[in-house]
Write a protein that binds this ligand. Structure first.
Ligand code: ATP
Ligand code: MG
Length: 871
């Protein structure tokens, strides 16, 4: 059975049991502060389990893109070393939201595996939660046990502890006991030796868990307590790649058709053969796995970067590059070449890969090239470190510096040191690493208390499209603490006019005014698992009274101008640069907007001007807003609306149209484009390879910008003594400046010539070396010229020049090549050593090197020391 058919069969099976098939949610999570990436199929349904919203269908099924590389579920270190854990994998699942429970979940899972997929039931083991005697104090899950007993003989039922049989998504959130289904795919001979039941949950590569049936019935609160969920749910997750391994009769996920095309492409590119050695096999598995994780993330809009989710993606890609570099000898970018294989293969289930193929290739290639450069540089630095180490031992601090400043991976450092017979102080390295982690954890840590519930949240709680003020009650609140912002409260209202941050637009600010006249500032609004939370510094005296929620209208209006301008900008870019332009991120604030998009070269000044004109023309046309709420996704797309990759859309969407521009968007917009007044681009830059960024301002901010420009012009004119034509005045100033520079240059050359003949007289013979160490009054370039000119005229020359410029010291050392090889002198080493006298450092080549420092007072001492090197 082909993997595609296996996936289809699963979805069809549950469709036949009245489940609706829904799309996978994006892998990168935006509205849940407790999770960075989707790590299980249930994440996108969390709001239903928590009762924050009601699903349209109480039974759904899907295949979900998951990534387990951070937080509670982190499999990264296993990946490649074993054959059944991936970073990115598909989780097949069926859900009941308050509908069926254990009985159906268990019997359908069994029916699908044994009757549809025809897996031999004798190879299957199931587990049941045995209970726990900790603070949760659970009993045995007798309900599940009785149900399983009707299907499987008791000797294939296993009792599992909390670690294996109580599923939790994270430290907080919905959870419950579970029953796992494990499979034994060993040969009969092996089975005869050790019974499969002894190997369940023992990390045996051929006795693995394939499906987990979770019986969701609790919510883990911040204080660790459990509370019953409002209703009982089913959440199941089956590893798609593992299922393929079973149904295709393979012993490793990497031998299924999910991975073989990638593995054979890696073989083709690297010339290594899969199955030859454990080391290269691991590297090939790592690369085949990681390219999937990285490609899927980029397609979902998450590019590699220096922070947050982007940094995790960058690290995954670097891990793949490193395994290639170390074990497959790949010194050129090559992982990007796997992207087309992957997107061809995945096209039917995940068309987003194919449509973004060239973007993914570009980004990955660029990342590879830059990290390979880092690796090369790191190797040089490491060699220097080894040369400088007398006791064949590299300190943890130095290794950490290599890792932290240059991105050079520690395991590679360790490997190279080992190969060269050096030792690494790993303990000290770990200590440094921990210090750094503590620092960044402290900076970001947020903890949330439990909700105090006062009332219900309405179904359509957001009323902010139509109202900026509204009579409200507080439905619940809780305390949150972040190291950055300190102590705050989150307040949820029964309904709210406040727009929660989303779609790039910032959250609304404003006030809550109580019926008793108390005023509470709302400093931010965000969405969390479909709840709209308002951030306030303090709670009202009487939270149960009536409030008026009032949005800050000026900020809201300016933000709306910028949001609509963003849509017009998107349209302008697509019409001027081409339809390859896709939105890759945006930031809409009250004072400016930022728009990232795919495009492969710098946007030229003329193009930017055209873009600006295009948008300003739409503003002048005074196009009215045409808003459609609650239309079906398909209807909107058919009408030409643009949807974004990596966004989660429900069945019913909101479409925003201004003339020819139509986008799916939940944000706030102006009523008429003329409200924007004016659109001005203030910057264009690169964010990543193939991604450009435009920054712009509108309305009030644009007005202020022009005023400031006028002020600058006024001051400039005054500085030029108010000429009639300031442009001409600047040009002539510049011409004059160029002429003067030329004069100075030629004067300096003469001076250097004189100096050269003076210095020649001063060179003395010290033990067969022509030696001079002296302070001179030239700049760095002049000194270098002088040294090389002297070097051409005089053999066996050793020069050390010191100079002071702008309060800084500079040492330059020149050594004839003959001396470098015969006398084993090294200018780089010499300046490094002498650098300490001027409180600085430097380096260079054995025949010419420089050191800069902040203490000119030490120059004389350094110059005096020079002679000791040739003695
Ligand atoms: P394991 O113990 O094998 O790590 P798990 O207990 O972490 O599995 P669950 O969290 O219950 O797994 O996830 C449900 C299913 O998803 C598992 O039964 C398995 O088939 C699959 N799965 C889990 N983690 C991975 C992974 N890293 N790569 C591939 N499949 C996975
Ligand atoms: Mg696991």
């Amino acid at each position: 059975m082909k993997s595609q058919d296996i996936r289809k069969e699963f979805l069809e099976f549950f469709k036949s049991k009245s489940h609706s098939i829904v799309p996978s949610a994006p892998m990168v999570i935006k509205d849940d502060p407790t999770l960075m990436f989707t790590n299980a199929g249930m994440n996108q349904f969390k709001e239903y389990f928590l009762g924050n919203s009601t699903p349209k269908n109480s039974r759904v099924t899907d295949t979900q893109k998951c990534l387990r590389v951070s937080g509670k579920h982190n499999d990264l270190e296993e990946v490649g070393h074993d054959t059944y854990h991936h970073t990115m994998f598909e989780m097949l699942g069926n859900w009941s939201f308050g509908d069926y429970f254990k009985k159906e979940a268990i019997s359908w899972a069994w029916e699908l595996l044994t009757e549809v997929y025809k897996i031999n039931p004798e190879n299957l083991y199931v587990s049941v939660f045995e209970g726990s005697d900790d603070r949760d104090n659970f009993g045995l899950d007798t309900e599940a046990l009785e149900l399983w007993k009707e299907i499987v003989p008791e000797e294939r039922i296993i009792f599992g502890n909390k670690k294996d049989n109580f599923w939790e998504m994270g430290d907080q959130g919905p959870c419950g006991p579970c029953s796992e289904i494990h499979i034994d795919i060993r040969s009969d001979a092996e089975k005869a030796k050790v019974p499969g039941r002894d190997l369940v949950n023992m990390d045996h590569p051929q006795v693995v868990e394939i499906w987990n049936l979770v019986f969701m019935q609790y919510n883990r609160k911040a204080n660790g307590d459990l509370e019953e969920l409002p209703a009982k749910h089913i959440d199941t997750g089956m590893g798609f790649e593992r299922l393929c391994m079973v149904l295709q009769g393979k012993k490793s996920n990497y031998d299924t058709d999910v991975f073989t095309p990638l593995i054979s492409e890696i073989e083709k590119i690297t010339g290594s053969k899969y199955g030859k050695s454990e080391e290269t096999d691991i590297a090939m598995r790592v690369i085949a796995d990681h390219v999937r994780a990285v490609a899927f993330s980029i397609a979902d809009g998450q590019l590699p970067s220096n922070t947050g989710a982007g940094y995790v993606i960058r690290r995954i890609l670097r891990r793949a590059i490193r395994y290639g570099f170390t074990f497959l000898d790949t010194k050129e970018p090559f992982i990007y070449k796997l992207v087309s294989v992957l997107s061809d293969q995945m096209n039917s289930a995940f068309p987003e890969l194919k449509s973004q193929e060239s973007l993914m290739q570009n980004v990955i290639r660029e990342e590879e090239a830059s990290f390979l450069r880092t690796l090369e540089q790191g190797l040089v630095l490491l060699e220097d470190l080894m040369k400088d180490s007398a006791d064949k031992r590299i300190s943890g601090e130095k290794a950490f510096e290599l890792y932290d400043t240059y991105g050079f991976p520690i395991d590679l450092t360790a490997l190279i040191l080992r190969e060269n017979g050096y030792e690494l102080d790993e303990k000290a390295f770990e200590k440094e690493l921990k210090k750094q982690k503590d620092r960044s954890r402290k900076a970001t840590q947020v903890s949330a208390g439990d909700w105090t519930e006062l009332g219900e949240v309405e179904d359509e709680a957001f009323v902010g499209y139509d109202q900026l003020e509204s009579d409200v009650k507080i439905a619940k609140y809780r305390k949150v603490e972040s190291k950055k912002k300190g102590e705050m409260y989150q307040v949820v209202l029964n309904r709210t006019p406040f727009y929660p941050e989303g779609g790039g637009q910032v959250g609304d600010k404003g006030i809550l005014m109580s019926s008793e006249g108390e005023v509470i500032d709302v400093v931010d609004t965000k969405k969390e698992n479909n709840l709209i939370v308002h951030f306030v510094k303090e709670l009202p005296q009487n939270p149960e009274t009536n409030f008026e929620a009032i949005v800050n209208k000026t900020e809201r209006y300016n933000t709306a101008c910028n949001h609509t301008a963003t849509h017009l900008l998107h349209q302008a870019l697509r019409s001027i640069l081409g339809t390859h332009v896709e939105q890759k991120g945006s930031m809409v604030q009250s004072d400016y907007l930022r728009f990232d998009f795919s495009h492969f070269s710098k946007v030229s000044a003329e193009e930017l001007e055209k873009v600006e004109d295009f948008v300003n023309a739409r503003i002048k046309e005074q196009i009215g807003l045409d808003e459609k709420r609650g239309i079906s996704y398909q209807e909107a797309i058919d009408e030409g609306a643009i949807a974004l990759f990596g966004e989660k859309y429900g069945d019913s969407v909101r479409a925003i149209r201004f003339g020819e521009s139509m986008e799916l968007c939940g944000g706030i917009h102006v009523q008429n484009t003329s409200d924007i007044w004016y659109f001005k681009i203030t910057g264009e830059s690169a964010v990543a390879s193939g991604i450009r960024r435009i920054e712009a301002i509108t309305g009030e901010a644009a007005m202020k910008y022009f005023e400031e420009q006028a002020e600058v012009l006024k001051e400039m004119k005054a500085g030029l003594k108010n000429p009639k034509n300031p442009v001409k005045a600047i040009n002539s100033l510049q011409e004059e400046n160029t002429a003067l520079k030329k004069q100075v240059e030629s004067l300096l050359k003469d001076k250097a010539k004189n100096l050269k003949s003076e210095l020649k007289q001063e060179i003395k013979n010290v033990g067969g070396v022509n030696f001079l160490s002296k302070k001179v009054d030239l700049d760095a370039g002049g000194i270098k010229d002088l040294a090389f000119q002297l070097g051409e005229e005089i053999d066996d020359l050793f020069l050390l020049f010191g100079t002071e410029q702008n309060g800084k010291a500079l040492l330059s050392c020149y050594i004839s090549k003959s001396l470098v090889s015969e006398k084993d002198l090294n200018a780089g080493q010499i300046v490094r050593e002498l650098g300490k006298y001027i409180q600085g450092g430097g380096g260079g080549q054995p025949f010419f090197a420089t050191a800069g420092g902040k203490n000119p007072g030490g120059l004389n001492e350094a110059l005096q020391k020079a002679e000791s090197f040739i003695k």
